[in-house]
Design a protein around this ligand. Sequence first.
Ligand SMILES: Nc1ncnc2c1ncn2[C@@H]1O[C@H](COP(=O)(O)OP(=O)(O)OP(=O)(O)O)[C@@H](O)[C@H]1O
Ligand SMILES: [Mg+2]
Length: 306
Amino acid sequence: MNTATTSSTVVNEQGPALVGGDESPILSVKNLSVRFQDNIAVNDVSFDVSPREVLAIVGESGSGKSVTSLAIMRLVELSSSGKVTDGTMKFVRASGDIVDLRTAPETQMRTIRGNDISMIFQEPLTSLNPVYSVGNQLAEVLRVHKGMSRREAKKGVIELMERVRIPEPTRRARQYPHQMSGGMRQRVVIAMALACQPRILIADEPTTALDVTIQAQILALLRELKNDLDAGIIFITHDMGVVAEIADRVLVMRKSEAIETGPVEEIFHNPQRPYTRKLLSAVPKLGSMNGTDSPALFHLDREEAS
Ligand SMILES: Nc1ncnc2c1ncn2[C@@H]1O[C@H](COP(=O)(O)OP(=O)(O)OP(=O)(O)O)[C@@H](O)[C@H]1O
Ligand SMILES: [Mg+2]
């Protein structure tokens, strides 16, 4: 289903559908190609993301997962050799307006980044400022994005921290990022993303650096939040155990190309490509990564699987 390419499309704001992917996409990427000089980083990749749907993008290192998300944020060109050479990325704003993220004016992209589309990364410290307390940083986001007064923001910070289950929020709000554990810091970053109420959340390996118990908590939190926000999530990971926990649909990337896509159950139970089977071989069945000490990383023989 792809109705997001016509300007009459209005995303169902009430959205009673329980399963992601059953309604009009918020984001529809078609034939995306990205190059860094002569190196093709992404080649002819297409996918949709709907409200309350988690699309997992999986594939070995260097397959083009992160570059795909940078293209959505229109950050590829920050690197002087980077260029989106083909494709469209139609995004439906809360107003119902449809913009192509490839061609939208930069001023519009500035409001879309952070507001409409938020990103969280593997290392939460990249998103946090070391010289301000986490409470101050959250308050700043609430003031800028929600127009709150200082007083309202102070209260809002505690509510946000409670929502992402940070214990003792009043005390924690005074802490600096380096005084927190990795899992707590990632909660702060999720709280920041939440404050912006994005329509799309891009999470690039957000749990890879965390131990398994904390990973599970963060995944549960993300699942809860996508339903609260009606947001779509693009979840980039190496770990098929994590995919089993969180994804509704899966896009498998290999050497810059999308080689297989489908609902998570189909990808796990009836993978079509040898490469996908190989990715899954470390995780023979749903949930089998639960309770293990570390995420399964892909170690692929590039010539063997295809
Ligand atoms: N700034 C850049 N300049 C030049 N080439 C780049 C740049 N960023 C990415 N690439 C190249 O684009 C390709 C895709 O990289 P990308 O970062 O998307 O891989 P990935 O799938 O996210 O890998 P990983 O799992 O290791 O994060 C790689 O060949 C990479 O070397
Ligand atoms: Mg990456």
